[in-house]
Design a protein around this ligand. Structure first.
Ligand code: FAD
Ligand code: UDP
Length: 422
């Protein structure tokens, strides 16, 4: 067992995965690996065990420690904090996102205000091009996209709206991702930009997925080439991991990495738990496995300054990978080399995406009922609430869960699991 428990004393910098953390020192957990003399801290139980050091876990650890004075142990089975938002410098010294491109965007001032306590921001507006029939075209589908694809000259929003109306299909009730796209922009654009990408990404046809999946990338009649339209779009100036380090740099927070919480349950006393891992795992797959889609990442570093014109290129129709991301566009890093990641969707592996479709929602509801009847455990985040949430939504959800925790005395079941809107 190579789990690391950081104790409050003495304060010595600790290197984790190449990032220097000036939080607290580390010591092995005695019960797991030989004898460690008990300290005052080890004799007292933690108020909270938090499972998962991603956005959900880190926000809750920070709030519970700093606002409620709770003693928190945050544990993650990975060797680093920051969950899927983890970034680090690769061997060439380029800042990369280990789990694929993470771009921060939100319309919530509350979320911006909260995170701004832990980071400065670098303004960044995300741009994506899709490779279709040998052209690189703006995604989401917009007036610019159809002008370039079809050689049109639609000059304003009204003419583009009329064009879309002329090619859209009538759909009585929009239920699926196929419905939502063909009802807005018709079959040809659907086939060129959406069908292949979605089948690759999810291993399912868009007709088998909720409309909400493709609704994320809504077509537009203007020629706004940005991927997101949110009022706030920026990247943490020194990266996500640095921001997490600052969130967790509180004397009431101890961090245990490389450790599945099930390895230490019974060894480390705590009163209540926040769980941010997959909800079906928490209940030992009692009702069967909830599908989570996974990815494999292939990183490449090139001995030239740039590889592609924008941060992300999508490949709806060719290749086994869905997209390639060149990180320096996101981070603003100045470096003579460049690193790119390719994403290969998979069924098995680390759980990354809940799969939004009715039968999965039904199965999730059964797990949610169990969760709501489990006293002293709070479920939060993308995996534990089975929601296709972006980072800002997970932060908003975690802030609300914190309010619920403060309002819920120990020993009673948590209130209904929290959902947030975009
Ligand atoms: P996670 O970050 O998954 O954290 C959960 C943690 O729990 C993990 O670190 C895991 O190791 C740990 N854990 C699970 N089970 C256990 C256990 N038994 N014991 C110990 N630890 C455990 N969002 C955006 O806003 N913008 C983007 O551009 C964006 N791009 C994305 C690209 C990809 C490829 C992916 C997969 C996601 C993207 N997201 C993006 C979504 C974003 O990653 C999530 O919204 C956010 O990271 C979820 O945070 P979380 O804390 O809920 O979960
Ligand atoms: N999508 C698509 N073509 C694209 C981009 C997205 O069909 O070029 C669909 C696909 O189903 C994808 C979904 O829209 O899974 C959401 O895209 P997003 O970029 O939000 O995915 P994420 O960044 O979460 O992987």
């Amino acid at each position: 067992m190579n789990g690391l428990l950081r104790t409050a004393e003495p304060a010595v910098p600790v290197a984790i995965e190449g990032s220097l953390q000036d939080l607290t020192s580390i010591a092995p957990i005695g019960a797991m690996h030989g004898f460690v003399p008990p300290t005052v801290h080890q004799q007292r139980s933690f108020d909270f065990m938090i499972v998962g050091a991603g956005f959900a876990g880190a926000v809750l650890a920070e709030r519970l420690a700093s606002q409620a004075g709770k003693r928190v142990l945050i544990c993650d089975r990975r060797p680093h904090i920051a969950g899927n938002a983890y970034d680090h410098f690769d061997d060439a010294g380029v800042l990369v996102h280990r789990y694929g491109p993470h771009i921060f965007h939100t319309n919530s001032q509350r979320v911006v205000d909260y995170l701004s306590r832990f980071t400065e921001w670098r303004p960044y507006e995300h741009r994506v091009l899709a490779e279709v029939e040998g052209q690189l075209l703006p995604m989401p589908i917009s007036r610019a996209t159809v002008n370039e694809l079809y050689g049109l000259d639609l000059k304003d929003d009204a003419s583009c709206a009329a064009f879309f109306a002329s090619i859209a299909e009538t759909v009585e009730q929009v239920r699926t991702s196929e419905d939502i796209v063909v009802s807005r922009v018709g079959r040809d654009l659907y086939n060129k930009f959406v069908r292949g990408y979605t089948r690759k990404q999810w291993g399912l046809d868009p007709s088998q997925l909720d409309a909400s999946v493709c609704a994320r990338i809504a077509p537009r009649v203007n020629d706004d080439r940005r991927y997101f339209t949110d009022s706030f779009q920026a990247m943490p100036k020194h990266g996500f991991t640095r921001m997490f380090e600052r969130m967790l740099a509180h004397p009431n927070i101890k961090i245990l990495l490389n450790t599945d919480y099930r390895e230490v349950i019974g060894l480390i006393p705590f009163d209540r738990m926040v769980y941010t891992g997959p909800i079906d795992e928490f209940f030992d797959l009692r009702f069967g496995k909830l599908p989570y889609r996974s990815l494999e990442f292939r990183f490449e570093t090139h001995d030239r300054e740039w590889c592609q014109p924008v941060a992300v290129v999508n490949y709806p129709n060719d290749h086994a990978y869905t997209r390639s991301t060149e990180f320096k566009h996101l981070t603003g890093q100045d470096h003579p080399k460049t690193s790119v990641v390719y994403e290969y969707p998979k069924d098995v592996g680390d759980p990354y995406y809940p799969v939004p479709r009715p039968e999965n929602a039904d199965l999730y509801r059964r797990y949610r009922e169990l969760a709501e009847a489990t006293p002293d455990v709070f479920f939060a985040g993308r995996l534990a609430t089975y929601k296709y949430y972006d980072m800002h939504q997970v932060v908003a959800q975690a802030l609300t869960v914190f309010e619920n925790i403060v309002a819920t005395p120990s020993g009673v079941p948590a209130p209904e699991l929290v959902s947030v809107t975009r």
